[in-house]
Design a protein around this ligand. Sequence first.
Ligand code: PEP
Length: 255
Amino acid sequence: MNKAKRAAIIAGNWKMNKTPKEATELITAMKPLVKDADCKVVLCVPFVDIDAALKASEGSNIEIGAENCHFETSGAFTGEISPVMLKEMGVKYVIIGHSERRQYFAETDVTVNKRLTAALKEGLKVILCVGELLEQREQGITEELVRMQTKIALGGVSKEDAKNVIIAYEPVWAIGTGKTATSDQAQEVCKIIRNCVAEIYDNDVAEGMTIQYGGSMNAKNADELLSKVDVDGGLIGGASLKAEDFSIIVKAASK
Ligand code: PEP
């Protein structure tokens, strides 16, 4: 596999953090720190921050994403936001299937597939999250699990549309816990995912796909994780809330 063939992407996931005013302040602080990045820089922010984030990032290399979207275009889905709404605002990316959505909001592989398909239809780029629980790793089923999540999520997605999918391997036990996967563990599973994508489509799609690692990536461990051949970037939670730390990770991906 040739890492140079695909874009490195560092994406922040702010989760339920930052008001619009705070979003403007954080992006204003980040802009000069990441302006020379030799990778894509994306910030996925809460729905209410999108407008402020788009304005604050104008004219910079920071692209804005959302953290979820519904699978219908409109209708009786109180509290939900559709891909067409995001698209019209100027959003470029959307995270789908984050483990916190799966864990707390009854997201399943099937609804992940529906949301992903709907987002791609609107021309959004999708950051699809897959990853195992600690218990599943201990049972030795990480490989089966991430392959199943990947296959179901990409069910019915054309080869052309798959080019707008980024996969984030996020071991659930490493998210927000300060317990990072070792770089070898990250590499092993990112490679499993890439092989699975090659099986579904072909080598070209697999080689071109950006596969990120996410789970307590920070300013100290980013270099080592990103040095691995199948780790093409990171999905960053906690460390994306600090301009300096996030910019160090962006620099690590730019080497
Ligand atoms: C995430 O929310 O996707 C994530 C990886 O969080 P953290 O970096 O805080 O573990």
